[in-house]
Design a protein around this ligand. Sequence first.
Ligand code: PLP
Length: 445
Amino acid sequence: MSHVLHRGSGQLPVAVGGERCHVIDSDGRRYLDASGGAAVSCLGHGHPRIVAAVQAQAAAMAYAHTSFFTNEPMEALADLLIEEAPAGIDKAYFVSGGSEAMEAALKLARQYFVEIGQPQRRHFIARRQSYHGNTLGALAVGGNEWRRRQFSPLLIETHHIAPCYAYRDRRDDETEAAYGRRVADELEAKILELGPETVIGFIAEPVVGATAGAVTAVPGYFERIREICDRHGVLLILDEVMCGMGRTGTLHASAQEGVAPDIMTIAKGLGGGYQPIGAMLSSRRIDDAIRAGSGAFQHGHTYLGHATACAAALAVQQTIREERLLDAVRARGRDLAQALTERFGNHAHVGDIRGRGLFMGLELVRDRAGKTPFDPALKLHARVKAEAMARGLMCYPMGGTIDGRQGDHVLIAPPYIITPDEIGELTDKLGLAVEAAIAGLPAQP
Ligand code: PLP
């Protein structure tokens, strides 16, 4: 009996190795990592350059607290990230993962308004069907109903508006543009309802990941959001923890929306899983205000800017540049979209195939015409995951796609180095897993 407080109750295989796009367990079974774990492993496993960078940094220095010292890998990583950051972004704050990055973003945003003499700004607005992390601040702004429910008495008050989820919510008589404007305008209505002078920021994932399954916004939506934020002096905080760092084919997902945030968060693909690392990136305007005011961001963790984590992320990001892996994401992304469309385009139980680059989702439905979801009690998503694992495939299915309770999807987010042959293996195994999971369901009324 394990003494580890595991996430779930089932028996898990023991991961002992990794090789490019595969994870290997203690029985020698190989699993094609079609989800990079949770959209993490962008370079796959065992990349010699990253392994060497981690070894060298760990050998040079275990740890130096950031209130005493800066360190070279952290400075170099910040320089590299800011060189390619969205317009106006000028500072990087390194933490150990996505939730910590989101906590830092929320606190920096609040402190900014205190520094500029607007302490009455206290509200965050975010979207339903989003995920921003599991710590209390990040969980509060997140719109994943299932994750929030039992902790709701502990969560800071946050206001949620509709996601931009055209497959389900665009009306038949509405163009994409009209739909995008309608849902973006919910932000303005909420800001006006709360009082513009009380709102700190609006938080969104440019491409919604775990909660809704690679949902992209319709063209024009984020531009409208940016306009609304600007009109009311509200900060735009984009969570690129999952969709960022190249996963959608550009380094930042927001680049494809034509907007730049005031604050953004990144993690997963930043270090590619070689070390735990995340970052909050903030605009010069915010940094200037803090410098001119109290002088420092009032925050911190023991492992801020850990040198080994920064060295790993630096090597990952240099490798992505030098091996031109964003080109690979775009090319393999096209292959993946085509393979998924061939395999599932006419599938009776796949209602939507969506996403961008190597960040794709399938929404599973009981019937396509009515977009009727499966009964949530059947936990189809968990069955798909188990059937996929039994076939040596890791994918990332989730339930609650539609409203936190109903709906099932499968997220696919393989390493950027996946080959066309592996994409074939992925779709074959996923097809078998989906069919086996559906065939195993008890008869429906
Ligand atoms: N934000 C998004 C969009 C995420 O997908 C996640 C994790 O899946 C997080 C934040 C939280 O990141 P972490 O699990 O590293 O704390």
